[in-house]
Design a binder for this molecule. Structure first.
Ligand SMILES: [Zn+2]
Length: 378
């Protein structure tokens, strides 16, 4: 009780989001539990919310997450503490009253995990009162699918990604349809004149995000924030690369950018904004996002093959990572020497999540190489 009150002090207006994870299945492995706790600290620092007018009751939990009917005691992880708690207790009542957002760990279906080896975890928001911020989410984890090797920060990114879904990122639909964008058909030009009919989908709630994305890509005509498929759950992998909210997490570092800040801040139905992001806290990370920076509309609207042809003519000096082109040369900042892309440092790779599309990607190069004319030959 004392613990909770000191953790979660109350005030009117916007306050750091009080978040906790509840598990009837005990603790995760020590490294995962540690990163889960770190992700909670991150959410508490990054998210500001208003106190909900509709407190959650234990009966809501039993109704929406029936598997919790079988537990008498659960593990509660807050940003700073880990405690066991009885579900029917004053402490739990207080927790439900004080917390802004609770994520319940639920059992994953092992068959689903083995069917999709890329599935690491899944989270879904639970809205209790229409047009109000979801106070609850469920999250399941496919322990058997966790990738190796990985760095310790991988689970930090995985939990941030999933809890963002739990808050509604890519999973809540704009009921007003005000931010819904029509999908666009286009042709992806591959190597050897291959033409692949394709469709661009755009995320809902892109009003704020699109402004940030236009600046990032340097494309004022950008039509919308491209989604990864018609479900519109994620940012498009090809366009947004190592952004935290693309479908596929990079093993080494994913960035929560201003583009995602814009999506989650605009993710709400009803009159009032649900989430406010602490820009000062987030800026160190968000400003690091450099994937596709200044690539222009040519990148957003064309295949990599077409984009690289244009870049070759008009974008000398552009930092081209992760792409490369064998007819081009590159140099590294602060070094006058010019190098040629060769088979050794430039290879064709499949676009993640799309079996038909391939792009030439750099291999074993530092990411700050710039395109350079090939003459004089170095
Ligand atoms: Zn996801």
């Amino acid at each position: 009780m004392f613990l909770l009150l000191t953790l979660f002090s109350c005030a009117l207006g916007l306050n750091p989001m009080k978040i906790a994870i509840i598990s009837g299945y005990g603790s995760l492995s020590p490294d995962m539990q540690f990163e889960l706790q770190n992700s909670l600290k991150w959410f508490q620092s990054a998210f500001l919310v208003e106190k909900s007018q509709n407190p959650v009751e234990i009966q809501d939990i039993y109704a929406k997450i029936p598997e919790y009917q079988k537990f008498t005691s659960v593990l509660v992880q807050t940003p700073t503490h880990r405690v066991n708690m009885k579900l029917h207790s004053e402490n739990m009542k207080n927790l439900l009253n004080l917390a802004d957002f609770l994520v319940f760990i639920v059992q994953q279906n092992p068959e689903k995990c083995s069917r999709d080896p890329d599935l690491l975890a899944e989270a879904l928001p639970i809205v209790l009162v229409a047009d109000n911020r979801p106070p609850l989410a469920v999250m399941s984890i496919c322990l058997q699918n966790s990738p190796r090797p990985r760095n310790s920060g991988f689970f930090f990114d995985l939990f941030r990604h999933e809890i963002l879904h739990g808050l509604g990122y890519g999973l809540i639909i704009d009921k007003s349809k005000l931010t819904e964008k029509k999908s666009e058909k286009y042709i992806w030009h591959g190597a050897n004149n291959q033409k692949i009919p394709s469709i661009r989908h755009f995320l809902d709630f892109d009003e704020l995000s699109l402004k940030a994305a236009k600046i990032h890509f340097n494309c004022q005509n950008m039509a919308g924030v491209q989604a990864d498929g018609e479900l519109k759950n994620h940012l498009n992998e090809y366009i947004f690369g190592n952004e935290l909210m693309t479908t596929h997490l990079e093993p080494h570092g994913n960035v929560f950018s201003w583009i995602s800040v814009g999506i989650i801040e605009r993710t709400f139905n009803g009159e009032k904004q649900w989430y406010h992001i602490n820009g000062t806290f987030i800026s160190t990370e968000a400003n690091q996002y450099s994937y596709g920076k200044k690539f222009g509309c040519e990148f957003l609207e064309n295949s990599c093959e077409d984009f690289l042809k244009i870049a070759e003519k008009h974008k000398i000096g552009l930092k081209l990572a992760p792409f490369c082109r064998k007819s081009l040369c590159y140099k590294l900042p602060g070094n006058a020497q010019i190098f040629k892309f060769t088979d050794k440092n430039c290879e064709n790779r499949r676009v993640i999540g799309d079996n038909q599309k391939w792009c030439p990607m750099a291999k074993n190069l530092p990411l700050n190489y710039e395109i350079s004319p090939c003459l004089p030959v170095g």
